[in-house]
Design a protein around this ligand. Structure first.
Ligand code: ZN
Length: 306
């Protein structure tokens, strides 16, 4: 019962409006859910993904207004990789990002960049049979759009520290010197370590956790596996859009295993995903108060006034 690659990646932003502008307008992802942090409903939790809000394409941000910039170090993911279909797509992104004033570091088949708060991103031309997970955007032709996650890279002081746990408990398969492929029946992604030289500091522009995808019916079994492997998983937590368990892998990276489904259409229709503030049912009575407190956000799909 292998995991189905990356489910979602969650990072931290100190600037929700700037975050929407970069991920929805510049990168062309769809803002599929605008909700609040379930542990602190005065701040946003934003989700960007493909057109349908699919597992495998979903990057999410907790808003910590005023948070200081963090710095990725040991036990933290430091780069998030998306797939592109072709070299032409990479050319498109090189032009688009340069036009936006975003510095890029390009090689033949990949390009590295930082988001506005310093989070490491990579766009890579990848030959895969996995379904492309793309969003619609008026300025980005479908064939060059981002197609879902390819990889995450993390820092560790000891590149082999997690090997036994990842291969044994989680069924990751070794790929390259310090990397793993996590491939299920439908899709896969890569998890790679780079040598850490220092401890990390959490904060804006850093990754909080990476979630791996499990079919609903296998979720409990993954919790048992993680525990048997020596990790200390949380109980299953109902996140409304999916169910989750969390634990740290031996290198210190915070992992989540999340279910594929029920998904983002659990509380709003596909057509209007992300337009309205979604609140978990127990926060609904506080809607007026919550909406007053939150930083107003641009609507990335608003019709431009001409
Ligand atoms: Zn998560």
């Amino acid at each position: 019962m292998p995991l189905e690659g990356i489910h979602h990646i969650t990072a931290i932003t100190a600037d929700a409006p700037g975050n929407v502008d970069f991920y929805a307008r510049v990168l062309g992802l769809r803002l599929v859910k605008k909700t609040v942090n379930q542990d602190d409903p005065t701040v946003y939790h934003l989700f960007y993904a493909d057109e349908r809000g699919s597992s495998g394409s979903d990057i999410t941000f907790f808003e910590y207004p005023g948070a200081r910039r963090g710095r990725a170090g040991a036990g933290m993911v430091h780069r998030i990789g998306w797939r592109l279909a072709s070299a032409e797509a990479l050319d498109f992104w090189e032009r688009r990002l340069r036009d936006e004033g975003v510095p890029v570091d390009r090689s033949d088949d990949r390009m590295r960049l930082l988001d506005p708060e310093g989070l490491g991103l990579e766009l890579a031309v990848v030959d895969t049979a996995d379904e492309p997970l793309a969003a619609e955007h008026p300025d980005i032709p479908r064939e060059v759009a981002l197609q879902g996650f390819d990889s995450v890279r993390a820092y560790s002081f000891d590149l082999a520290a997690s090997r036994e746990f990842l291969e044994g408990a989680l069924e990751f398969r070794a790929a390259g010197e310090s990397g793993y492929e996590v491939r299920g029946r439908e899709r896969g992604s890569f998890y790679v370590y780079d040598q850490a030289h220092e401890a990390g500091v959490g904060g804006a522009g850093t990754v909080h956790h990476v979630a791996w995808a499990s079919p609903m019916e296998e979720h409990e079994a993954w919790r048992a596996r993680a525990q048997e492997g020596g990790a200390k998983p949380t109980p299953v937590i109902d996140r409304f859009y999916f169910r989750s368990i969390y634990f740290r892998e031996p290198s210190g990276v915070l992992f989540e295993i999340a279910t594929i489904g029920p998904g983002f259409t659990a509380d709003e229709p596909l057509e209007t995903l992300g337009q309205r503030l979604s609140l978990p049912p127990n926060f609904e009575p506080l809607r007026e108060q919550v909406e007053r407190t939150l930083t107003p956000l641009p609507d990335p799909r608003a019709t431009p006034v001409s």
